[in-house]
Design a protein around this ligand. Structure first.
Ligand SMILES: Cc1cc2nc3c(=O)[nH]c(=O)nc-3n(C[C@H](O)[C@H](O)[C@H](O)COP(=O)(O)O)c2cc1C
Length: 188
C-alpha cells in the first residue's frame, strides 16, 4: 500500500513538474541605476504572477541572454528617461536582439519607463521601445487602464511624487500591465 501511495505521489510530482516546465514564460527586463525602474519592474512581475499558469522571469538587461528572449512568450522592457530618450544601455540591449529570421515575431511586447519629471520623456521612451518591438514583428500591448495606454510609467522626481519610493499610483499601473500581459499570454 505504502509503495502505491509513494508511486502515485511521484507520478503527481512529475506531472506537476512537466506542466510547470511548459508554462508560457514572461520576461520582464529593465535597466535601473537608482532603483525606480527596478521597483516598477517588480510591480509588473507581481501583476504577471497573479495570473495562474504563467512563469515570470524578472531580470536586469545585463543578465538577459538570447535564449531568455527566444524562450519568452512575452517580453517587457523598461528604461529610465535619459534626456528625453531611452537610456543608452537599453538601446544597446535592444540592438543586440536576434533579428535574422525574425525569431521574436508574434511574441507579445510591452514597455515601461520612469522619469524624473511629469511629461518630459516617459511616453517618448515607451514609444521608442514599442517602435523597436514592432520592427521585430512583436504584438505590442499597453496597460490595463487608459492611463497606462502606452505601458506603465512613473514620475520619480517631481512633487508630489519625489519620494524615495515609487508612488503607489504608478505601482498599481505596473501591476495592471503585468496582469494584462499574463492574461493575454494565456489567450494566445
Ligand atoms: C543622465 C540622466 C538624464 C535624465 N534625463 C531625464 C529627462 O530628460 N526627463 C526625465 O523625466 N528624467 C530624466 N532623468 C531622471 C531619471 O529618468 C529618473 O530619475 C529615473 O526614475 C531614474 O530611474 P532609475 O532609478 O531606474 O535609474 C535623467 C537622469 C539621468 C541620470
Amino acid at each position: 500500500m505504502k509503495k502505491i501511495v509513494f508511486l502515485m505521489g511521484l507520478w503527481m510530482g512529475l506531472s506537476f513538474l512537466s506542466l510547470s516546465q511548459k508554462m508560457p514564460e514572461i520576461l520582464i527586463t529593465y535597466y535601473s541605476q537608482s532603483g525606480s525602474t527596478k521597483a516598477l519592474a517588480e510591480s509588473i512581475a507581481e501583476g504577471a504572477k497573479s495570473v495562474t499558469g504563467v512563469k515570470v522571469n524578472l531580470l536586469p538587461i545585463d543578465q538577459v541572454t538570447s535564449q531568455h528572449l527566444l524562450d519568452a512568450r512575452a517580453i517587457l522592457v523598461g528604461s529610465p528617461v535619459y534626456n528625453a530618450n531611452i537610456a543608452p544601455p537599453v538601446q544597446e540591449f535592444i540592438n543586440s536582439w536576434p533579428f535574422e529570421g525574425r525569431p521574436l515575431k508574434d511574441k507579445i511586447g510591452a514597455a515601461f519607463s520612469t522619469g524624473g519629471g511629469i511629461s518630459i520623456g516617459e511616453e517618448l521612451v515607451m514609444l521608442n521601445i514599442i517602435h523597436s518591438m514592432l520592427i521585430q514583428g512583436m504584438i505590442v500591448v499597453g496597460g490595463e487602464e487608459t492611463e497606462a495606454a502606452f505601458g506603465a510609467s512613473a514620475v520619480t522626481g517631481e512633487p508630489p511624487f519625489e519620494s524615495e519610493k515609487v508612488d503607489e499610483i504608478f505601482i498599481e499601473k505596473g501591476f495592471g500591465l503585468g496582469k494584462r500581459v499574463g492574461e493575454l499570454v494565456l489567450k494566445f
